[in-house]
Design a binder for this molecule. Sequence first.
Ligand SMILES: *Cc1c(COP(=O)(O)O)cnc(C)c1O
Length: 371
Amino acid sequence: MVDTKSQYLKIKSAVDIAIHEVLDSAAYINGKPVQDFTAALNTYQGSAHTITCGNGTDALQIAMMALDLQPGDEVITPSYTYIATTEVVALLKLKPVFVEVDPKTFCIDPVSVRNAITPKTKAIVPVHLYGHAAPMEEIMQIAAEFGLYVIEDNAQAIGCDYTFLDGSKKKTGSIGTVGATSFYPSKNLGAYGDGGAIFTNDASLAQKMKMIANHGQQTRYYHEMVGCNSRLDSMQAAVLNIKLKQLDDYTNARQNAANFYNNAFAGNEKITVPYVAPYSTHVYHQYTLQLHNVNRDALSAYLAEKKIPSMIYYPVPGHRQKMFSGFDLPPVDLTITDWLTERVISLPMHTEMDQEQLSYITENVLNFINN
Ligand SMILES: *Cc1c(COP(=O)(O)O)cnc(C)c1O
């Protein structure tokens, strides 16, 4: 599905030098690359404050801890997302309230959000799924109306631009109260290990999140609150520093691959290609199709036979996961989420796809679908 090896080979000399510099410096934790990368990422995001941490799941958790959410507080989130989004809600003993997504964008549906609000609602967690922005303008309006926090899960969409109705633009992850992202190797800005970051424009929240990520301390050995231990290490930061400079080119490469796929599948009534809303760019963390009257398992097996990987993101939506069974959540009817879960398939998508690979994949997909 991804080809991180070929991507590495193109930046190998710079990466190898940067890693050796970290080895020579012996500053494995909080070395200069961490400070450099944090500053560069902050500029890239156009965010007032950036805090790096251990991974994307921690980023979401630290954000929710800093917002002082209390057990039983309701957090509205899509069911159709990677489990990390809703897992941290449950871990902090908050109540996940699963809502519907828009079948075109795969992202949280504002009408469904509005209908789910109760006096106990404290936060909304929009996920910019597959690299397309959630409808942030409407989400921010709802949040302002009801006094709710917005925690953006930007793990799949770093580099995505959101355009507001007045024409102004922001990077996803820098719109809500807090944004969280991941540098897991297969993410659009991937490290060679784990990493994550948190964005906010609120100075006191930034300070608090920084403390929480560091055992609740500002001054060493003086712990003002319960925190955790979550750090981006110097080697990952050194790698990310190099890759951040390539991020827009990487995004272009993904968009070119998506255009190739879109052209090949255009007009095929059994395939719906990814939609791009007027307010969002698409950074194609995944290239995900919706199939109509196609035996998905058989397609997947056919592709596997031809050595073409494909994946189902995600086979079981949050509201159907066993892990939430002890949470006494009211039953929800998420028809669109269930419908999508049964029809989506993701094709290989990365920065190193060439025309030959793309032709081979699309020909085989069409071979199966048209026969
Ligand atoms: C990858 C991902 C995360 C978690 O990131 P990790 O770095 O793996 O902890 C959270 N949310 C979404 C939507 C993701 O895709």
